[in-house]
Write a protein that binds this ligand. Structure first.
Ligand SMILES: [Zn+2]
Length: 115
């Protein structure tokens, strides 16, 4: 019931357990990453990439499907088209200023942070 952890909890709740493992793996290999872009697709696949402070990718874009070695047929065809994105956000590990966050969001996702 610690009220002062609400903000943190809100961020944490957005991340699913299985996504967290991926995020940690991505960040391990991306020392420049200050956050990870999480893109959820309507088919259940996910796209993720670390992002650097300047808004440039800090890792390769990873696309994966839960409990599967390969992505679904739809993603094989369209490579996880942006048309099918259901949710996209950045999970920060080294949270920059609001101003920087805004810039990075626009650069990486083409929109501002949606709460
Ligand atoms: Zn898919």
């Amino acid at each position: 019931m610690a009220k002062n952890t609400n903000r943190r909890k809100k961020t944490e709740d957005r991340i699913e357990k299985r996504e967290r493992a991926m995020i940690e793996g991505i960040l391990e290999g991306s020392p420049d990453g200050i956050g990870v872009v999480v893109i959820r697709l309507d088919c259940g696949c996910r796209k993720m990439a670390a992002v650097a402070r300047d808004g440039e990718p800090a890792s390769k874009l990873i696309i994966y499907r839960d409990l599967s070695d390969s992505v679904c047929d739809q993603c094989k065809n369209d490579n996880g088209s942006y048309m099918r994105v259901t949710e996209s956000f950045i999970h920060w590990v080294d949270e920059p200023s609001e101003e920087e966050k805004k810039k990075i969001y626009l650069k990486v996702l083409g929109h501002e942070e949606v709460h």
